[in-house]
Write a protein that binds this ligand. Structure first.
Ligand code: BGC
Length: 356
C-alpha cells in the first residue's frame, strides 16, 4: 500500500468508526475475524455465518480477508487490535506467524480463538474450534477403498496423492488420517502410486491452490501414465479436486470409454457437489460451516462473560507451546448416494434448485 492509500484507508476507517460509534456503543463490543481468502467459497460462507451468529449475540464485527498473503493477515489483525476488539477469531494462513501479535493481544486482555486452522507456537490462544481433521482424511481414504471394492477390487489399481498446504496444520492432520487407511493398501501393493510421490513434502500444494494441483496432475500424467490408467486420486479438498478434474479431462478422462477415476474432496463446495451429481467427482467431506460459526460465537460470548466454554477435546491439538482446548465437530462423507439427504433434506445447506 502506498502512503497515500494508507492515509485514505485510515481516514475511511475513522469515518466508519465515527458513523458506527453509536452502534458500537450499544454493542457488546467488536469481534475481529480474520480469514485466509475470498477465492474459496467455504471461507465466504464462514464469514457470512460468523457475522450472523455474532450479531445475533449482540456484537459488532470487523471481518477481513487476507488474500492468501501472510503479512496482510498479520497487519489486518494488528489493526483490529488497535481499533479495540475484545476478541479475535483467526483462521491463519500460516499457523506460525502470530506469536508476536498475540503476545500483544494477551497484554490487552483480548480473547483469541483459533478458527478452523490451528495457530501454533504461542500460548496466547484461548480456544480452538474446528472439524475433526484427522477424520476428514479417514473418510477420504475409506471412500477410495469402498469405491475400489464397489468396482470389483481388481488389483492393483493406480492411485495418486495430493496434499494441502504445509503451513496449515489441517493439511498434516488430513494427510495422517488418510494415510492411516490407505498405507496398508499401498504397502501390500494393492494400490500403486506410479509417480512414487507419497511423502507430504512431495505431494503438498502451497496455499491449497487448485491451479498448482492441476499443473502437478498434468506433469504426473505425462511422466508416469503413458498407456496406463489412473484409477484413483486422493484429493484433500474440493479446490484441488477442480484442478485435478480439469487436468484429467484434458487428457481424455470423463467420457464413455475412459471414465473418471475415483476422486475425493472436502468442503462440499457447490461446484463440487454438482461434479458429484454429474459423476466427475466421487466424494467430498461436508463440514457445516454454519455449525462451526455458531460454536465459535458461543466461545467468544462465554469466554468474554467469564462463563464455562464448552470443549470436547483436550489432547489432539498441541500447538508447540500448549495443548489448545478444542471443540471438534464431526465431518460427514458425501457422495452420489447421500448428497440429497446430507446437503438438502437433513441440513438444508443447499436448496435442491441450487444443485441443478
Ligand atoms: C480447511 C479446508 C479448506 C482448506 C483450504 C483448510 O484449513 O480446513 O476446509 O479446504 O483449508 O482453504
Amino acid at each position: 500500500m502506498t502512503l497515500r492509500k494508507m492515509a485514505v484507508a485510515a481516514a475511511v476507517t475513522s469515518v466508519m468508526a465515527l458513523t458506527m460509534g453509536s452502534a458500537w456503543a450499544q454493542s457488546k463490543g467488536v469481534v475481529g475475524i480474520s480469514l485466509p481468502n475470498k477465492t474459496e467459497s467455504r471461507w465466504i460462507n464462514d464469514g457470512n455465518s460468523l457475522v450472523a451468529a455474532l450479531k445475533e449475540k449482540g456484537y459488532t464485527v470487523d471481518l477481513q480477508y487476507a488474500n492468501y498473503d501472510v503479512p496482510t493477515q498479520v497487519n489486518q489483525v494488528e489493526n483490529m487490535m488497535t481499533k479495540g476488539v475484545k476478541a479475535l477469531l483467526i483462521a491463519p494462513i500460516d499457523g506460525k506467524t502470530f506469536s508476536d501479535t498475540l503476545a500483544q493481544a494477551a497484554k490487552r486482555g483480548i480473547k483469541v480463538i483459533s478458527y478452523d486452522r490451528l495457530i501454533s507456537q504461542t500460548k496466547n490462544v484461548d480456544y480452538y474450534v474446528t472439524f475433526d481433521n484427522y477424520q476428514v482424511g479417514v473418510l477420504q481414504g475409506q471412500s477410495i477403498v469402498s469405491n475400489w471394492q464397489k468396482r470389483g477390487s481388481k488389483s492393483p489399481i493406480n492411485l495418486e496423492i495430493f496434499g494441502g498446504s504445509t503451513d496449515d496444520n489441517n493439511a498434516h492432520m488430513v494427510y495422517a488420517g488418510g494415510m492411516s487407511v490407505l498405507k496398508p493398501y499401498i504397502d501390500s501393493g494393492k494400490f500403486v502410486v506410479r509417480s512414487k510421490q507419497l511423502a507430504m513434502d512431495k505431494v503438498a500444494t502451497p496455499n491449497w491452490d487448485g491451479a498448482t494441483a492441476q499443473a502437478r496432475m498434468d506433469n504426473v500424467m505425462s511422466a508416469f501414465y503413458g498407456g496406463a490408467r489412473l484409477d484413483a486420486v486422493w484429493s484433500p479438498n474440493d479446490g484441488l479436486a477442480i484442478g485435478i478434474i480439469s487436468s484429467l479431462k484434458g487428457v481424455g478422462y470423463g467420457n464413455g470409454g475412459q471414465p473418471m477415476p475415483i476422486i475425493t474432496g472436502q468442503d462440499a463446495d457447490l461446484q463440487n457437489v454438482k461434479a458429484i451429481i454429474r459423476g466427475d467427482q466421487t466424494a467430498t467431506v461436508f463440514k457445516d460451516t454454519r455449525q462451526l460459526a455458531r460454536v465459535a460465537a458461543d466461545m467468544v460470548d462465554n469466554s468474554l462473560a467469564g462463563k464455562t466454554v464448552t470443549i470436547n477435546d483436550t489432547k489432539s491439538y498441541n500447538n508447540g507451546a500448549k495443548i489448545v482446548p478444542t471443540y471438534l465437530i464431526k465431518p460427514i462423507l458425501v457422495d452420489a448416494g447421500n448428497w440429497k439427504k446430507a446437503l438438502v433434506t437433513d441440513s438444508q445447506y443447499y436448496s435442491e434448485a441450487q444443485l441443478k
